[in-house]
Design a binder for this molecule. Structure first.
Ligand code: PMV
Length: 287
């Protein structure tokens, strides 16, 4: 029996544009998903029945799984990537991170058909990453203590549907949408620099700009705007949606002394504040 855990993630900057070759910044969060697997081979019993059963209905069913997730009830933390990464790691505990990324990204693409793989990388490497689609670049950023507040909008969103919607928009208005992607790409590089300097006030401003671009892309929602507005009015440095949009989570960067007030404001506006820490450790073997 082996138990492996992998963290959830939050997109800090660059969603959607990352699908078209621009960079993004993602951080792993303290909420983890745990996969325990045991090979049926390990169970001491008369193997003939198990072997015969596997031969009959075989199809990968020679493992017994148990999955425990701290993300249940909150969407957008990347449970598909985390469960894929943890399961593969449980089957090959010695796999290198790069091999694990390539295998997990392939699984996610096979099942979901779409995606940059930023969530897979975050689950494996942990910390905060500067990332290019398909793992062309996976650069850990030396950052501590992100002053982050996270709230779930209460609305579940479909990443695949949102990505398809943006693709249709791009087919219809290629110049406009490509200009937005380019602007987001520039912003991500500026945000990276200021994050490394710990200039959170400026990083907050960049969050606001990123949110404007996401609004232009049409992926924000009334609920997200309400929560973002509430955070800003209560003194956040900046706030934006995180991930595909349409629902799921919003994030805010908030000065330490305003954290309580901002959380209250978000909750009064109907958001569910989730107590998570950023920059969490990547996939690991628990036992
Ligand atoms: O909805 P999430 O949290 O999985 O984020 C999706 C981010 C996109 O850039 C829209 C898609 C992707 O795979 O990068």
């Amino acid at each position: 029996m082996i138990k492996v855990s992998a963290p959830g993630k939050l997109m800090l900057f660059g969603e959607h544009a990352v699908v078209y070759g621009y960079p993004c910044i993602v951080t792993a969060i303290s909420e983890r998903l745990e996969v325990s697997i045991s090979k049926i081979d390990d169970i001491s019993m008369d193997r003939r029945f198990v072997d015969a059963a596997v031969r009959a209905w075989g199809d990968g069913k020679n493992y017994a799984f148990s999955i425990k997730s701290a993300f249940s009830g909150t969407y957008g933390f990347g449970s598909s990537a985390a469960v894929t990464v943890a399961t593969l790691k449980a089957m090959r505990p010695n796999a290198e991170n790069r091999a694990l990324f390539d295998a997990a990204y392939k699984v996610v693409l096979d099942v979901q058909g779409i995606g940059s793989g930023f969530d897979v990388a975050s689950s494996i490497y942990g910390g905060t990453l500067y990332f290019l689609s398909g793992g062309k670049t996976i650069d850990p950023l030396e950052i501590q203590n992100l002053p982050l507040i996270v709230a779930y909008s209460g609305v579940k969103s479909s990443t695949v549907e949102m990505v398809k919607m943006v693709r249709e928009k791009r087919n219809k208005y290629p110049d406009k949408v490509d200009r937005i992607f380019q602007a987001i790409g520039t912003l991500v590089n500026q945000a990276k620099k200021k994050m490394l300097e710990g200039d959170w006030e400026r990083v907050g401003k960049y969050m606001d700009f990123n949110q404007e671009y996401l609004r232009d892309l049409g992926v924000s929602s009334e609920k997200l705007e309400t929560l973002i507005g509430a955070a800003k009015n209560a003194g956040a440095w900046g706030a934006k949606l995180s991930g595909a949009g349409g629902g799921d989570c919003m994030i805010a960067f908030v000065p330490p002394e305003r954290q309580g007030v901002v959380k209250d404001a978000i909750m009064s506006a109907g958001g569910q504040v989730v107590a998570v820490h950023a920059n969490a450790e990547g996939v690991r073997i628990e036992s």
